[in-house]
Write a protein that binds this ligand. Structure first.
Ligand code: ADP
Ligand code: MG
Length: 238
């Protein structure tokens, strides 16, 4: 497990400032949601934490260690994307074990981890299937399983449910909440969906134009929005 610290974090693409000095403390085991309109910098911030995007200013620490220049795989992080990009020719089992096989993890260890992830995600009966034989929700579960088997201390989710229909989204939201409870891992979750943010988060970070507008528990944001933007974004149903 690990907490994170973002200090005056900045990202500039060419001459455009996209992340403009973000300060944030994420506690060990906390569920933090980044929320804000499209283009406000949610994915960029997540990708900076994952090490998929260079940091152009400020400091990022994970588990108390500065990691601005650390390789992605050294950060103890696993990321789950919106498009789950499973290998179509591999089974569910193979999709989940693939990354570990590359890492030369012993076979018995791989098997134990895949079976444990399958148990947690209720994928046990589906291990021999291929992605084309799964529903959208089941595929997203496999993508999450792929992250779980790596035993990361921090999970990053970038709008993982936005490709699913409304009913399934609600189911998966509950699944993710249960997963957080069961694993006790630190999770950072990006969404533009206010309801998702309000129901999942211990702490919400509201972003607009690469600037943090407010950080607080869902109830704080709802009752005491820092400004009109937060009030409009959290308060008004779309
Ligand atoms: P969000 O995930 O909140 O919708 P993004 O983080 O994807 O927003 O994008 C934030 C801003 O950064 C947008 O204006 C986007 O156009 C810009 N941006 C993202 N990636 C790049 C890139 N590789 N080069 C230039 N601009 C980028
Ligand atoms: Mg995005």
């Amino acid at each position: 497990m690990a907490g994170l610290q973002l200090e005056k974090l900045e990202k500039r693409f060419g001459s455009v400032d996209v992340i403009k000095g973000v300060d944030l403390e994420v506690k060990d085991g906390e569920f933090v949601v980044f929320v804000g309109p499209s283009g406000c910098g949610k994915s960029t911030l997540l990708r900076m934490i994952a090490g998929l995007e260079d940091i152009t200013g400020g400091t990022l620490s994970i588990g108390g260690k500065r990691c601005n220049d650390m390789e992605p795989r050294e950060r103890g992080i696993a990321m789950v994307f919106q498009s789950y990009a499973l290998y179509p020719h591999l089974t569910v089992y193979q999709n989940m074990s693939f990354g570990l096989t590359l890492n030369k993890t012993p076979k018995t260890e791989i098997d134990a981890r895949v079976r444990e992830a399958a148990r947690i995600l209720k994928l046990e009966p589906l291990l021999a299937r291929r992605p084309s034989q799964l529903s959208g929700g089941q595929r997203q579960r496999v993508a999450i399983g792929r992250a779980i088997v790596r035993q990361p201390s921090v999970f990053l989710f970038d709008e993982p449910l936005s490709n699913l229909d409304a009913a399934l989204r609600m189911d998966m939201r509950m699944e993710i909440a249960r997963l957080h409870k069961e694993l006790g891992a630190t999770m950072i979750y990006v969404t533009h969906d206010q309801v998702e943010a309000m129901t999942l988060a211990d702490k919400i970070v509201v972003l607009e134009g690469g600037v943090v507008q407010q950080i607080g528990a869902p109830i704080e944001l709802y009752k005491k929005p820092a400004n009109k933007f937060v009030a409009g974004f959290i308060g008004s149903p779309r």
